[in-house]
Each structure stands twice: as structure tokens, then as C-alpha cells.
Design a protein around this ligand. Structure first.
Ligand SMILES: [Mn+2]
Length: 340
């Protein structure tokens, strides 16, 4: 971290400020005295330093970070890809390609079990389904809640597919004990109290990117979970809000290689919520795999026109089968190219 001091700063003020930095943050402080101003270079762990607090000090002209504010999620301190094991036989990360598929909302036992069976037959390795739904309108279907979780478990028992479902509040964590991957939705990406509680459990967390979150903010949210001791974070790019209105969101393909360069955490992509239109799911899924995603999460419904949520972006099981086949074929080709 570099701190530029105002030219009006007196030697005594500079000494007091330097001593405060050393004592409060346990960092080494290098000082360069120029003609116009003095510059301080902080060496050590600066992640705990509040930049706004430093910037607000009377003698500070400006302050700049030279190192990322996240540590546990940072590839610099963990060069190898994180691989997250689920049920001993599934590994996410390090070049994997897993597809999580299922309906936006769990609607009934037959619905979820039928969809689970068909997506499994097409190669999906996880069943997704919402029990608690964060809807834009309070009048829209809010999910089957606890009953939805029970139905997901029935579908898991029938198919063997591990389940991924979204949590909305920390007080529900006990209810999610039997879930294989807990999803934090885009709207909760900065629900820091929820993130802190998820940091205390030993369960993979699928952390969706907020709809207007920068990559750094997204990684800082992962850091919240990891700082509590839970290293099993899977990042999920699901599109961000831009000025474009044709698609529901704009899939940020560049975020995939960027996050993989900055962090060791696995990255999966949600083309369904990015596009908002079922016909766009295939090309976006292909692009995500080509860009290096470790997996995909795709909405599949047996009767999209009558789905209680997100019907327009849901694939039928037949359409999903086609997309899954293409995606796995593409992954094989990419592996072949990369091995040359
Ligand atoms: Mn949905």
C-alpha cells in the first residue's frame, strides 16, 4: 500500500502517523522524501487496513493499494487450483466440467424427480432447484420452502444426484445441513452476516456474482466465507447488469479467465440467468466452457410455459440433452487442443 502525504505535513505529524501504522497494523513502513511530498510504502499484510480511514487522515493526500485486498481467495498465496470434493467421487475445479441442472423452483415431487432423472441421463452431475426463492416481486411464487428441500432430497435419493439449492438467511443454516452445495444468490452476495455464518460451516458454497458487483467485490465476498474457515467456495458468474436490455443480464465471459488468474477457486457459469431466454443458453454455455469454466448451472423444466418461475429461460429435458452433449464434446476438443 502506497500513501502519499500532503506537502503541508510536518515531520512530527509524519512520525506520529508512521508509528501509528506500525503499531496498529504490524507493517513495515518505508519513507521516501521528495521535494513536493513524502510517500510511505507499507510492507506486510495490509488486508486489514481500512483505506477510507487512511484517506480521511488530515496529512494524507491519497492512498493506493498495490496488492489485492483478498488473501485467502488470492492465487498469489495458493498457486494451485482449489478442487472441491463432493461425496468422494465428484471434484469441482482444476479442469473439471460439471453440469448442475434442474428447475428454477421445486414445484412438486413428480416434477423434481422426473427432471432429476432426465438431466442425470443427459450427463448432469448435480440437481439444482430452488426451495426458497428471492423474487423481484413480493407477489410472485416464493418457493415451497422447507417442503421444497424435502422434495429435493427425495429426488436425490431416487437418482443419486447431489443437490444444490439457495439459502436466503443465516437462521436457515440448520435446515440446509443435508444439502450438498449451498447456493448464495446474486442478491445476497453482499449479505455479509449470511456470508460470515456460512464461513463457520464445512460445506461447499456456490457464490453467485451480484448483478452489479465488480470482480473484486465478488472475490471479497468469497473472502468473507473463507475468512471464517470455510475454504470450499465455488464462484458462479451469472451475468451482470449493463445498458443492454435484450438479454436479462450480460454474461461477463471475460470474468472467467480473470477470476481464474486472480483466484484459485473454481468458477462455474449460469447461462440461463445471464440470458433470460432459452435459445441463448446453448451458445453461452459453449462460450463459457471455451473460456475455461469448471462447470455450468442450467435451468431445465419439463413444461417451461407453465413453470412457476423462469420458464422463458428454461430448457426442456430434450433441449438440455442436446446442449449437454455439445458441451461435453467441446470440452473433449479443448482438452485435446490443450494437450498438444
Ligand atoms: Mn431461476
Amino acid at each position: 500500500m502506497i500513501i502519499v502525504l500532503k506537502s503541508s505535513a510536518s515531520p512530527e505529524q509524519i512520525m506520529n502517523f508512521t508509528n501509528m501504522l506500525k503499531e496498529e497494523y504490524n507493517v513495515k513502513v518505508n519513507k521516501w522524501e521528495g521535494v513536493q511530498s513524502t510517500v510511505l510504502g507499507l510492507i506486510g499484510d495490509t488486508t486489514k487496513i481500512d483505506m477510507d480511514y487512511i484517506d480521511a487522515q488530515d496529512i494524507v493526500e491519497n492512498v493506493k493499494r498495490v496488492q489485492e485486498p483478498y488473501k485467502k481467495a488470492n492465487r498469489k498465496f495458493h498457486p494451485d487450483d482449489t478442487k472441491i470434493k463432493i461425496n468422494d467421487d465428484i471434484t469441482i475445479g482444476g479442469g473439471s466440467l460439471h453440469i448442475m441442472a434442474g428447475p428454477c423452483s421445486v414445484e412438486s415431487e413428480t416434477q423434481i424427480v422426473d427432471i432429476a432423472k432426465s438431466v442425470k441421463a443427459s450427463g448432469a452431475t448435480f440437481l439444482r432447484g430452488g426451495a426458497f426463492k428471492p423474487r423481484t416481486s413480493p407477489y410472485a411464487f416464493q418457493g415451497l420452502k422447507a417442503e421444497g428441500l424435502d422434495l429435493l432430497k427425495i429426488a436425490r435419493k431416487e437418482t443419486g444426484l447431489p443437490i444444490v439449492t439457495e439459502i436466503m438467511r443465516a437462521s436457515h443454516i440448520d435446515m440446509f445441513e443435508n444439502v450438498d452445495i449451498i447456493q448464495v444468490g446474486a442478491r445476497n452476495m453482499q449479505n455479509f452476516e449470511l456470508l460470515k455464518e456460512l464461513g463457520k460451516i464445512d460445506k461447499p458454497i456456490l457464490l453467485k456474482r451480484g448483478l452489479s458487483a465488480t470482480i473484486e467485490e465478488w472475490l471479497m465476498s468469497a473472502e468473507y466465507i473463507m475468512a471464517g474457515g470455510n475454504d470450499k467456495v465455488i464462484l458462479c458468474e451469472r451475468g451482470i447488469r449493463t445498458y443492454e436490455t435484450f438479454t436479462r443480464n450480460t454474461l461477463d465471459i471475460s470474468a472467467i479467465p480473470v477470476v481464474k488468474a486472480l483466484s484459485h477457486l473454481p468458477v462455474i457459469v449460469d447461462p440461463s440467468h445471464a440470458a433470460g431466454k432459452s435459445w441463448l443458453v446453448e451458445p453461452l454455455a459453449m462460450a463459457a466452457v471455451a473460456a475455461g469454466a469448471d462447470g455450468l448451472i442450467i435451468e431445465v423444466h419439463n413444461d417451461p410455459p407453465h413453470a412457476l418461475s423462469d420458464g422463458a429461460q428454461s430448457l426442456t429435458p430434450e433441449q438440455f440433452d442436446k446442449v449437454a452433449n455439445k458441451v461435453f464434446a467441446l470440452k473433449n476438443s479443448i482438452n485435446e487442443i490443450n494437450s498438444k
